[in-house]
Ligand binder design. Structure first.
Ligand code: PAF
Length: 273
């Protein structure tokens, strides 16, 4: 089957089938991590739709919206290779009316951890994800666990707003040396890339410990001896992103964000106590 590329809602409506639809929302600049999301969607849905849209609403005024990589031709090749049925690649004007008023609030959970550093980011992200859900009407949607707080908030939105969509989280894909794949890795110089390895090293050092306090201490020690400008290192409940107490037993996420040169990267590892 040939890949259909829809650049607007009308094209999407025409391409969407009545079979079970699996959506992979992306901002493009696709890499191996996206391929793994697409493969998961391929295994779960009969029609696979990939959306490619750099969402202006989720970038702050001093963030990288303008320079975010836009590589549509290469992205379409990857989608064709992975057997995607439909790519939805709308323009900002097609997605957002100039007089738009209403948006989604991520609530308090959108103001902590990553949300504390990027005010409004999660409101903008949830707004576009809800719009994509309404436009594509998927049965399943696949997101990467690398954006763990994003995934938690999307799960929350689906519950809180009664959306009939199964949300699937896909494991983070890493380079052989541990660097988590990210579209923003393209910004890294070779020195930055080397320095960025402290992120995954810190997470692995934390994961080697057995108690929450020791996990935090081990990860912090690695970060302290690196050249990274750390925004946060937290050990949180994966559903709420609230810090877990030292006596905690259960699932947790060790999450980190730091600036490497001029590039901000995030990473995390799931842990069980
Ligand atoms: O993870 C991303 O690429 C984006 O935040 C998403 C989910 C496509 C919304 O713009």
């Amino acid at each position: 089957m040939e890949l259909i590329v829809a650049h607007d809602r009308a094209g999407l409506d025409k391409a969407r089938s009545s079979r079970s639809v699996a959506l992979v929302p992306t901002m493009g600049a696709l890499h191996e991590g996206h391929r793994s999301l697409i493969r998961m969607a391929r295994a779960m849905g009969e029609q696979v739709v990939v959306s490619i849209f750099v969402n202006p609403l989720q970038f702050g005024p001093d963030e990288d919206y303008a320079r975010y990589p836009r590589t549509l031709a290469a992205d379409l090749e990857i989608c064709a290779e992975e057997g995607v049925d439909v790519v939805f690649a709308p323009s900002p004007d097609d997605m957002y009316r100039p007089d738009r008023q209403v948006s989604v609030s991520a609530g308090e959970m959108g103001t902590i951890v990553e949300g504390a550093v990027r005010p409004g980011h999660f409101d903008g992200m949830l707004t576009v994800v809800l719009k994509l859900f309404n436009l594509v009407r998927p049965d399943i949607a696949v997101f990467g666990q690398k954006d763990a707080q994003q995934l938690a908030l999307i799960r929350r939105m689906v519950v809180d707003l009664d959306l009939p969509i199964e949300i699937v989280g896909a494991p983070t894909v890493r380079e052989g040396d541990g660097l988590a794949l990210s579209s923003r890795n393209r910004y890294l110089t070779s020195d930055d890339r080397h320095a960025a390895l402290a992120l995954s090293r810190a997470l692995r050092a934390g994961a080697a410990e057995r108690e929450p306090s020791a996990v935090r201490a081990a990860a912090r020690e690695v970060l302290a001896s690196s050249s990274l400008e750390v925004d946060y290192l937290v050990l949180v409940d994966p559903a709420t992103f609230a810090e877990v107490p030292d006596s905690y037993r259960g699932e947790a996420v060790l999450a980190v964000a730091a600036k490497v040169g001029s590039t901000r990267l995030i990473d995390n590892l799931p842990l069980t106590f």
